[in-house]
Design a protein around this ligand. Structure first.
Ligand SMILES: Cc1cc2nc3c(=O)[nH]c(=O)nc-3n(C[C@H](O)[C@H](O)[C@H](O)COP(=O)(O)OP(=O)(O)OC[C@H]3O[C@@H](n4cnc5c(N)ncnc54)[C@H](O)[C@@H]3O)c2cc1C
Length: 412
């Protein structure tokens, strides 16, 4: 029997979940408090990261930890006031990042990432979004020869195990391939499989339009009003209360706030991130991760988008874009970034779990309630495959990927 489903949250994850459920014949209502694709899925670096087969671990080496603790680097910032609340999830994150455990987690992560570009492809085509998508990969560039060599070895290992395509470039090859970079660097790894999107929010908006064209409903409403009924779930919307037999929580970083009201205390936290666009200077041909410093420069419709690393803070705390200033100073060594587009940087929050794996599956203690959140650094990449897995689970068919590692019950 086909159920009606409420999907709460129209970021990349919720919108793709709605599309997958709809494809199987469900009547789906997508509930969003703003418009689709205006939050985290709007402001990211836009890379569909087919190469990201290992999730970001918590650093295990002392030099890294010290530099983060002393706020010396551009890639990490934190708010002192947030630390007590972060103690539990971050210590679990640290434990899960130990090499053996991280290797096991990466095996589960890689199984999802394997479906990243192939998962997006049919939606890109059906939504007419081809013009937003570039397929020439992305570059990790290195300032130091030692880190470049290490990265080249790691790339070689991952390429062999996971069947990824890459090239290793020395400084000269990089300068030839990317003349926009005005400083000579040690070298680069060119990952050839990833795709990049020149307006990530617009891609989500096009997916949401496709969902509507196929008969789906997008309504404005507040997911925090979710309540159980005798037959399922109800949420208040601008069109009045909407009820369905099943509900999916796909609220990205806001998921924790809702599931706490239902009694779930999961080790979730956010890594906030910022972006700012710049115009006027030469533009690289593909996104560039300045790996030794820790920021990305991505060519976008609005200009070159500089995105920052992780800020450990509460979701609600006011913005503190110190990392934009630090990254901008170092990025200006590579590109002319003298003309910012916005007066203030954009801020968003990566929805993270302590074990670096997303939460996809049935809510352990509530019938007809499903979770799909916690995609951290790669939710833009993983939206379609996560939606696919969840739709398989709701339909009770064998999931395209073994869902056990992502089961919400692991935290219950
Ligand atoms: C700086 C930065 C760079 C990144 N770069 C990349 C990258 O290159 N590639 C990649 O794959 N990932 C990247 N990410 C991560 C990625 O952006 C996220 O993992 C992803 O966007 C999460 O998608 P989501 O749908 O879960 O959440 P969101 O996109 O945040 O969607 C959640 C939705 O829920 C809605 N909502 C919230 N509360 C309510 C409510 N009460 N009622 C109704 N609706 C509500 C919000 O309005 C929002 O639309 C980056 C993140 C950042 C911050």
């Amino acid at each position: 029997m086909k159920h009606d489903v409420l999907v709460l949250g129209a970021g990349m994850v919720g919108t793709c979940t709605a599309l997958h459920l709809q494809q199987r014949g469900h009547a789906v209502t997508l509930v969003e408090r703003r418009t689709p694709g205006r939050e985290t899925s709007y402001g990211n670096a836009g890379i569909i990261q087919r190469e990201a087969v290992e999730p970001y671990p918590f650093p295990q080496d002392w030099p890294h930890l010290w530099s983060a603790a002393l706020k010396q680097s551009a890639d990490v910032n934190y708010h002192w006031g947030a630390l007590p609340g972060l103690l539990r999830p971050l210590s679990a994150y640290w434990a899960h990042s130990r090499p053996r455990r991280h290797a096991l987690i990466s095996r589960a992560y890689a199984r999802l990432i394997a479906h990243s570009t192939s998962g997006h492809q049919p939606f890109i085509e059906a939504a007419g979004a081809q013009a937003l998508v570039q397929r020439q990969g992305y570059l990790q560039v290195f300032r130091q020869t030692s880190t470049w060599r290490q990265a080249a070895e790691r790339a070689q290992r991952l390429a062999q195990v996971e069947g990824l395509n890459h090239q290793v470039w020395d400084g000269e090859a990089l300068a030839t391939a990317e003349p926009a970079l005005r400083r000579r660097l040690a070298g680069a790894v060119h990952w050839q499989d990833p795709w990049s999107v020149s307006n990530p929010g617009a891609l989500v908006a096009l997916y949401a339009t496709l969902f509507q064209q196929r008969g789906g409903r997008v309504v404005q409403g507040d997911a925090q009003t979710l309540g159980a009924t005798s037959a399922g779930w109800r949420v208040q919307t601008a069109d009045g209360p909407v009820e369905a037999g099943q509900a999916v929580v796909a609220l990205g970083p806001w998921s924790d706030g809702l599931i706490r009201t239902l009694g779930y205390r999961y080790p979730l936290f956010v890594k906030r991130g910022y972006h700012q666009h710049y115009v006027g200077g030469p533009v690289p041909s593909m996104p560039v991760l300045d790996a030794d410093v820790g920021y990305v420069l991505a060519p976008m419709q609005r200009g070159v988008r500089l995105t920052t690393g992780a800020e450990f803070a509460t979701l609600e705390a006011p913005p503190t874009p110190v990392q934009v200033a630090k990254a901008h100073a170092r990025a200006s060594e590579l590109l002319d970034l003298s003309t910012p587009v916005e007066p203030q940087p954009w801020m968003g929050a990566r929805p993270c779990t302590a074990d670096m794996l997303p939460v996809i599956g049935p809510a352990p203690r509530h019938r007809g309630l499903w979770f799909n959140f916690g995609h951290a650094h790669q939710g833009f990449t993983l939206g379609p495959i996560s939606g696919h897995v969840l739709a398989d689970l709701i339909d009770g068919v064998a999931p395209v990927v073994d869902p056990a590692p992502y089961a919400p019950a692991r935290f219950a």
